[in-house]
Design a binder for this molecule. Structure first.
Ligand SMILES: Cc1cc2nc3c(=O)[nH]c(=O)nc-3n(C[C@H](O)[C@H](O)[C@H](O)COP(=O)(O)OP(=O)(O)OC[C@H]3O[C@@H](n4cnc5c(N)ncnc54)[C@H](O)[C@@H]3O)c2cc1C
Length: 480
């Protein structure tokens, strides 16, 4: 079991290397970890797992009711939703089955609801139904004026995206996968020179040799494709989604995920509760050239506020806790771009745009299937053992947190000592995160593991204390 953040990389070749430790790459590494005879590496450019698009989404566990029927995405979202719901229950990933209402605000949108209902049924989702304006208002009394009806989709849930990626990576590492962080793959060659036995991945930390390569590089999957194949089947055009996080006092204003009728550009602007007890408004959908443009803009946020005022007017009177933006890896295609290249011993996992969190476990199963086809008897993928379950720290408000658990505090007083008061995060939870299997490399990583500094003061009051704990563990060399 190893996580490395610096220093040289192992010289011995891996059987399979996954590039990119987002939710998709981590899920694939976890799936491969079940095949205990394989030597597997997960290689990530950043200093943490889930530090790309996977950290900045809308955190909905979709049913796939609105996917394009017959597409690979529709199938993998449907399967992934079921798989992740079961995995979350087993691993302690917070999920709340709040359900969604897709609201019709004008006659045209109302007329579109029967078509959306049919689409849901074609996608194998039979629980949706159309409800009238009175029922919509009874279920969401704070909704703005003018809702004419809605599609009720009870199976949509909210989930913690950070714990999901972390759970996959933790389980993969505990089962023997080597996770190499700060390890950008800059060049791909073959080893021995001119030969075809191994891919040779050049990184700033040295070379990783691997017999099979899986590209889960998200926004950079097209560039890696070209490096490996010399050609590419798709080009990523980042589609930015900006979001506003409202204070917990707003949580009582909304019970469901409130969706708009979708447009060609995407699912549109929604209002949704979060498992941390906040309310989200967003995302925007902006086509950009810059793959690093994860900042928010005045214009984007103003546009969101205008749309939010229509959906839930009282929300706009509440305080804003944070704003953020994520980049969807959109391509010129309407579907995921997952392809095997047996000759090159290579699988591309690209174009995982707006549903990758939900579909992650099904994508992982599908990719390992493609790998088995590509490799044949060359890779032993026949024996898959059970993975030891992981038990993740609970970040969700619908479940007991450590500061609320007298039993836990009685055994260890660190769980009774609150460091971040906005989010009620204890010294015990921060310590546990810092010595965990995949420890955070930064204060932001610590926030995603504990919520410390993520509340309404954004670290103004607890920042120094949290940093002292973070630096203290770093200096004592614990787990690093
Ligand atoms: C605004 C927004 C809202 C969304 N809402 C939802 C939602 O509600 N539900 C849902 O299911 N999905 C949602 N999504 C989609 C979901 O977040 C993505 O599909 C998913 O996170 C993609 O994961 P990934 O692992 O493919 O990409 P990433 O998380 O970006 O991971 C790719 C990783 O590869 C690494 N990498 C790249 N190049 C290299 C290299 N050369 N060497 C080494 N490492 C490299 C990167 O550093 C990165 O960590 C949303 C997305 C956005 C942007």
């Amino acid at each position: 079991m190893s996580v490395t953040t610096k220093g040289p990389l192992p010289a011995e070749p891996y059987d399979v290397t996954v590039v990119g430790a987002g939710v998709v790459g981590s899920a694939i590494a976890r799936e491969l970890a079940g095949h205990h005879r394989l030597r597997v590496a997960l290689v990530e450019a950043s200093g943490d797992v889930g530090d790309g698009t996977s950290k900045a989404n809308t955190a909905i566990l979709h049913t796939g009711f609105d996917a394009v029927p017959g597409s690979l995405e529709a199938r993998l979202v449907r399967e992934g939703s079921r798989l992740l719901a079961a995995y979350a229950a087993e691993s302690g990933i917070p999920v709340e089955p709040v359900g969604a209402l897709l609201i019709a605000w004008d006659e045209e949108q109302l007329a579109a609801l029967p078509g959306l209902l049919k689409k849901a049924e074609r996608n194998g989702y039979d629980e949706a139904r159309i409800i009238g304006a009175d029922e919509v208002r009874a279920r969401e009394p704070h909704l703005g004026e003018g809702a004419l009806g809605a599609l009720d989709v009870p199976g949509e849930s909210i989930i913690c995206p950070w714990t999901t990626t972390l759970a996959y990576a933790t389980q993969a590492v505990r089962e023997g996968v080597d996770l190499h962080l700060n390890c950008t793959v800059e060049k791909v060659g073959s080893s021995p020179p001119g030969g075809s036995e191994c891919h040779e991945l050049t990184t700033p930390r040295g070379v990783v040799r691997t017999r099979y390569l899986i590209n889960a590089a998200g926004l950079h999957a097209d560039a890696l494709d070209r490096r490996v194949l010399g050609r590419g089947a798709f080009t990523v055009t980042p589609r930015r989604g900006q979001l506003i996080v409202f204070d917990k006092l707003a949580r009582d204003l909304v019970s469901h995920i409130l969706l708009p009728v979708p447009t060609a550009l995407g699912k549109g602007v929604l209002v949704a509760p979060t498992v941390y007890g906040n309310v989200l408004l967003g995302p925007t959908a902006e086509e950009l050239d810059d793959r690093r443009a994860t900042g928010t803009t005045g214009e984007g946020l103003a546009g969101l506020r205008a749309k939010g005022r229509r959906i839930l007017p009282a929300l706009l009177d509440e305080e804003v806790t944070a704003v953020y933006a994520g980049l969807r890896a959109a391509t010129e295609h309407d579907d995921y771009q997952i392809h095997g290249s047996p000759e090159e011993r290579y699988i591309t996992v690209g174009g995982i745009r707006s549903t990758g969190l939900t579909a992650s476990m099904a994508i992982a199963e599908y990719v390992v299937g493609l790998l088995a086809e590509a490799a044949g008897p060359d890779l032993d993928l026949t024996v898959a053992g059970n993975l030891d379950p992981v038990s993740m720290p609970n970040l969700g408000e619908a479940f007991l947190r450590p500061y609320q658990r007298a039993d836990l505090i009685a055994t260890d007083s660190a769980y009774g000592s609150i460091v971040c008061h906005c989010e009620r995060v204890t010294r015990g939870e921060i310590r546990d995160a810092l010595i965990s299997t995949v420890p955070p490399g930064s204060l932001d990583g610590l926030r995603r593991r504990t919520r410390a500094r993520g509340g309404r003061c954004q670290g103004f009051y607890c920042g120094a204390a949290v940093r002292e704990l973070f630096d203290g563990w770093g200096e004592s060399g614990a787990a690093r």
